[in-house]
Design a protein around this ligand. Structure first.
Ligand code: GLU
Length: 417
């Protein structure tokens, strides 16, 4: 497969350069914010079940900590690259700053194929990764979390390995843990719930009636399945198509997201769901609908296919699903894109809540988490929307302007630049 990751990362850096220029920031700020502060690459030997030893490559990129400890997930992905992790770490700095969380940005990744590894192999890999990076993480340094193909079990092994090496009980070294092991209520669907909260605000501005609105979801993993369910159950929207890596399904009369999730649990894919028409991932992105949620991976809507996108609103639940060109072309067509650094920020926001609860060993109710998440998402949406209107720029440009200004202000105060 072609490696698009360097081009994506270079585009991220160029976008940051442009934002720094439009904010009138000086060259020092521009030069520092476009680079990660630290990059760690490690080799992790793992004893496989068949008795052989396999050496895996892992990364942790720490982009910027001017606003607080680095924060961001760890991906287990077969074609992971350092450039993808650099882009994702940069987006985490921006995301935490858009949400005004006292955190910086980081990201981790291991090149591996978790779908074809046993639980024992995954545990040894997770623990091996922490043995290599433990010095550089911790509640006051860098706090990892789940991301693509990682979960609460993997976070638990990582937390346990860290605490075994360091000594003590530090639940807040990592977030996205299971409830009972220091996890927060409401973390499971937080990314999607936060996305729904900002979509509700955007729909008010755009005059979109959410009840009966046609919704398309690309990617039916954690974020995708929850957003389908939330939009269906809480907003009364009609989920007309969903997909996963194997393909998609389409039903103009609307799908039942819970039944689709059950089907996927049993068969491993949404493909073949009874009564729905099969559709490719490419076709699904071009369906006529009111709201489109790309909820899988980066780089799915680009200059090549953006002209065929027929929706009124896009909510980026994945990180980086739209290229910069695609984003700007939609803005010119009057189609609002809720950028990833805002739309999927519910995940890291509840991670922050989990971190705080862990530090205090004091746990909040689900209602409290939802209330605080709602307030944070609405506040962030309004800040970005107002900037977008005032500066006549897309929601992505506006979000980046808000974030870069906050990070740059701190870097100045700290005397770094
Ligand atoms: N992996 C999620 C993201 O990309 C959450 C990160 C976190 O909770 O730290 O935002």
């Amino acid at each position: 497969m072609e490696d698009k990751s360097l081009a994506i990362y270079q585009s991220v850096q160029q976008q940051l350069d442009g934002i720094c220029d439009s904010l009138g920031l000086d060259e020092g700020v521009k030069a520092y914010i476009r680079q990660p502060q630290r990059e760690i690459t490690v080799s992790i030997p793992v004893k496989m079940d068949d008795g052989t030893v396999k050496v895996f490559t892992g990364f942790r990129v720490q982009h910027n900590n001017a606003r607080g400890p680095y924060k961001g997930g760890i991906r287990f992905y077969p074609t992971e690259t350092i450039n993808t992790v650099r882009s994702l770490a940069t987006w985490m700095s921006l995301k935490c700053a858009v949400m005004d969380l006292p955190l910086g940005g980081g990201k981790g990744g291991i090149i591996c194929d978790p779908k074809n590894m046993s639980m024992g192999e995954l545990e040894r890999l997770s623990r091996g990764y922490i043995r290599k990076i433990w010095k550089y993480i911790g509640p006051d340094q860098d706090i990892p979390a789940p991301d693509v193909y990682t979960n609460g079990q993997i976070m638990t092994w990582m937390m346990d390995e860290f605490n075994t090496i360091k000594g003590g009980d530090n639940p807040s070294v990592i977030t996205g843990k299971p409830i009972g092991l220091g996890g927060s209520l409401g973390r499971g669907d937080a990314t999607s719930r936060g996305g729904m909260y900002v979509v509700v605000e955007a729909a008010k501005k755009l005059g979109i009636e959410l009840k009966g609105a046609k919704v398309v979801v690309q990617g039916f993993g954690n974020a995708g399945s929850y957003i389908a369910e939330l939009m269906h159950d809480d907003q009364g929207s009609s989920i007309i198509a969903v997909s996963d890596s194997k393909g998609g399904i389409y039903d103009p009369a609307g799908l039942d997201p819970k039944a689709v999730a059950e089907f996927k649990k049993m068969t491993g894919s949404v493909v073949g769901y009874p009564g729905a028409k099969p559709i490719t991932n490419e076709e699904l992105l071009e369906l006529e609908c009111d709201i489109l949620f790309p909820a899988a991976l980066e780089g799915v809507i680009t200059a090549d296919n953006v002209v065929n996108v027929k929706t009124k609103l896009i909510g980026e639940l994945a990180n980086g699903p739209l290229s910069f060109e695609a984003n700007e072309s939609l803005y010119k067509r009057g189609i609002m894109v809720l950028p990833d650094v805002l739309c999927n920020a519910g995940g890291v926001t509840v991670s922050y809540f989990e971190y705080v609860q862990g530090l205090y060993h004091h746990w909040w109710s689900l209602e409290e988490v939802h209330e605080k998440l709602h307030a944070a998402m609405v506040k962030a949406f309004n800040g970005v929307y107002e900037t977008s209107v005032a500066k006549k720029v897309s929601m992505r440009q506006a979000a980046y302007m808000v974030a870069v200004k906050r990070i740059a202000d701190n870097m100045k105060l700290l005397g770094w630049v």
